[in-house]
Design a protein around this ligand. Structure first.
Ligand SMILES: Cc1ncc(C[n+]2csc(CCOP(=O)(O)OP(=O)(O)O)c2C)c(N)n1
Ligand code: SF4
Ligand SMILES: [Mg+2]
Length: 351
């Protein structure tokens, strides 16, 4: 119930991070989603990731569209900035906010209907522009909020709760994100926090467009035996290519791993991704093999999860536009207005 406030009291011995915050300081309002909805587990993973990264909650901007998934920013980071936009329009609002203030951490939360159906064009352009953000799709294969219609990510042949088969081909958002130029692409499962939390942390540390497709079963409309987005199906067909840890630049690196099974990937800000490879031949820095591996395993009915692709030389929209380092919303009149002489020169060049 939205009117039930969470109790402010908490155990005095709750662990605190470097900022002195407990995990409770990263929570939001009480969730109104169905009990057992995968989306709530993703909110829990976001809370855990931000707590572990010692992020000041007020430095995070949470943007979403419309849907059960898009409601979730209310349930985490209550002290962050939030903007619940129009269905499928989160990417352009996020792009504008990022251009105006590059200093915040941008978290776009969307659904498969929000991003693969009505918002597909917005998704594509936001990714190809390299907006510095973490874009999470909470993917359940249905429009949960409007009572379970198939979305564009529902697998062909997948059956609805009422037994109707989906005849259309699915859109695979991770393959699409790689093709569109995302520089960090991952897939995970709401029921696998051990994999999801480090992926979110690495995505936050990434400089550029980071995309996470998170399979998140809808217990009300799409968690039955004929659904390929059900808890049971994903557990049985989950093919994890790797598990990772994120090591921040300031920490001493004490890796305890068997040679040949771990790969260290250095990100733009010096943080390290320690990849425990489960598929020994999988190279997440090789874009072409990532795409063909995804197609191959998908044809075998498997759901490939883990860090699928990362470009360690990534750039973002601000790099491409060569904008100033100071957030535009902090510039004064003198910096923003070039003056009459400069304007006259521009006008003269156009005559
Ligand atoms: C312009 C517009 N068209 C349609 C709708 C109705 N609508 C609301 S949410 C939704 C789909 C949500 O599906 P998804 O993004 O997958 O989120 P979920 O509820 O499954 O988490 C639709 C079609 C709307 N709100 N606005
Ligand atoms: S309808 Fe589905 S997606 Fe929406 S809250 Fe319920 S379980 Fe979650
Ligand atoms: Mg959905």
């Amino acid at each position: 119930m939205t009117y039930v406030a969470k109790p402010k009291l908490h155990h005095p011995k709750l662990p605190r991070n470097e900022l002195g915050y407990t995990r409770r300081d990263y929570e939001g309002a009480v969730s109104t989603l169905c009990a057992g909805c995968g989306h709530d587990s993703i909110s829990g993973a976001i809370i855990q990731a931000c707590f572990e990264l010692d992020l000041p909650p007020h430095r995070v901007a949470k943007l979403s569209g419309i849907g059960c998934s898009s409601k979730t920013p209310t349930y985490f980071l209550g002290a962050g900035h939030g903007f619940n936009s129009v269905h499928g329009r989160m990417p352009s609002v996020l792009t504008g906010a990022n251009l105006a203030n590059r200093d915040l951490i941008y978290l776009g939360v969307s659904g498969d209907g929000d991003s693969a159906s009505i918002g597909l064009g917005q998704f594509a352009h936001c990714i190809r522009r390299g907006v510095d953000m973490v874009y999470i799709v909470e993917n359940n294969g249905v429009y949960g909020l409007t009572k379970g219609q198939f979305s564009a990510t529902a697998d062909k042949g997948s059956k609805s709760k009422r037994g109707v088969g989906n005849q259309d081909s699915p859109i695979d958002l991770v393959s699409m994100a790689i093709l569109l130029g995302a520089t960090f692409v991952a897939r995970s499962f709401s029921g696998d926090k051990a994999q999801l939390v480090p992926l979110i942390k690495a995505a936050i540390k990434h400089h550029g467009a980071a995309f996470i497709d998170c399979i998140s079963p809808c217990v009300a409309f799409n968690n039955h035996p004929d659904s390929t987005k059900s808890f049971d199906y994903v557990r049985e067909h989950n093919e994890a290519v790797n598990y990772l840890d994120v090591i921040e630049g300031r920490d001493e690196i004490t890796a305890d791993y068997a040679p040949g099974t771990v790969e260290l990937v250095t990100q733009h800000d010096g943080s390290l991704i320690k990849l425990r490879k489960l598929a020994p031949d999988y190279d997440p820095t090789d874009r072409l093999s990532a795409l063909s591996y995804l197609q191959e395993r998908q044809a075998a009915g498997e759901v490939v999860t883990g860090l699928l692709y990362v470009d360690t030389d990534s750039e973002d929209l601000h790099d491409r536009l060569n904008t100033v380092g100071t957030p535009l919303n902090q510039l004064g009149k003198d910096e923003l207005c070039p003056g009459a002489a400069a304007l006259a020169k521009v006008n003269a060049s156009l005559r």
